[in-house]
Each structure stands twice: as C-alpha cells, then as structure tokens.
Design a protein around this ligand. Structure first.
Ligand SMILES: [Zn+2]
Length: 197
C-alpha cells in the first residue's frame, strides 16, 4: 500500500508549464523572495508533482541538475519578461538563450498507450526530459499568439507571471484566492476607513 501522503507542495495553475516552473522562485523581485528548488530532492519533487513522468526515487538526486534547473528557470523568466515587455524575446540575452536552447535540445518524455487505454509518459532521465519540456514550452509560448495573454500579477509583492484565459483578457491577479482576495480586502479597508460625511 502506498504510504506517501503527498499534498501538492508547489504552486500550479499559471496556465503553462514554463510559467509554473518560474514560480519556484517565490515572491520574485521582492525582499521576501524564496528559493523552492534549493537541491536535487526539491527538483525531483517538483518534477513528480508537475511533470508527466516521475523520477525514480531510488536514484539519489543530482545537485548539479538542480543548479542547471535554476539557471534554466532564470533563463525562462528573462525570456518571457523580454517577450512581454519588449516584444523581442531574443533580447533576454545570450546567456539565457544558451541555457534555453541547450535544455530544449534534450529528449522529451515519450507517450505510450498501456493495456488499460491510458497514456503513460516515460523518459530515461525524467528530470532532464521535463526540463526539456519546460524549455520547449517557453520557446513555443514566446513565439506564439499566447504571449499577448501573459500577464504580470498586479500584486507588487507576488512577482508571478500567468496566462490570462479570461474572455475579455482583463485578469489582473495570478490567483483570485490569494493575490486577488488580498487586493479586494485592501480596497474594502480603504473604503470603510473613509470618513462618513
Ligand atoms: Zn499574484
């Protein structure tokens, strides 16, 4: 019987795999920025939660792989920010492009239909393959029309990027449950604090 009681540890729901991945540096750009991928074990846990195929947990995580993953994450962030703010994704710089292109060149997970009719994804190295998937997702995102729907969360303490799937394209917060709710409460506080004439 499985003994794991895994509750999701990492945030998902930004609308693209590459955008969820860059949220592993939480509160980016603020004084409370926090690193959620400090080591290979954390990276393996992220891949297990968010990727299509899980790494073998009997194999010790590789610390160098975590360092490469963080480099890739910063490259993805630089790429998406460049595309959103300047409409020129390549202006993210040569170092970022090198990390992105190198990661994207690795083999990605491959699908196979099992006897029960379900797709199973597999890769010789699930961590590297998932990083390749993230890099390819980022390259696809910044060169497609979807990039016009990528927003920076309106909460200045959040730092998240998300894909705005709303019909009018006016979504402002990465999540209504957290940042949106906080903004609403602040507005309400200001309104109720106003003196009644
Ligand atoms: Zn937010």
């Amino acid at each position: 019987m499985p003994t794991t009681t895994d509750t999701p540890r990492f945030r998902e729901g930004a609308g693209r795999l590459c955008l969820d991945f860059i949220r592993t540096l939480r509160y980016r750009g603020t004084s409370s920025a926090s690193e959620e991928l400090p080591d290979g074990a954390a990276l393996a846990t992220w891949v297990r939660q968010c990727g299509p195929c899980a790494p073998d947990d009997t194999v010790a995580p590789d610390p160098a792989q975590a360092a490469r993953a963080r480099e890739l994450r910063e490259a993805v962030h630089a790429l998406v920010i460049a595309a959103v703010r300047t409409e020129d994704p390549a202006s993210c710089g040569d170092t970022a492009l090198r990390h992105l292109n190198r990661a994207a060149a690795a083999p990605v997970p491959v699908p196979a239909l099992d006897a029960s009719g379900r797709i199973r994804w597999r890769a010789d190295d699930p961590v590297t393959a998932t990083l390749a998937l993230i890099a390819r997702d980022a390259l696809d995102l910044v060169t497609s029309a979807a990039i016009t729907r990528v927003r920076e969360c309106a909460d200045p303490h959040c730092g998240a990027l998300f894909l705005d799937g709303s019909r009018p394209g006016t979504r402002r917060w990465c999540s209504m449950g957290t940042c949106g709710n906080r903004a609403k409460k602040t507005t309400l506080r200001h309104k109720t604090a106003r003196p009644v004439r």
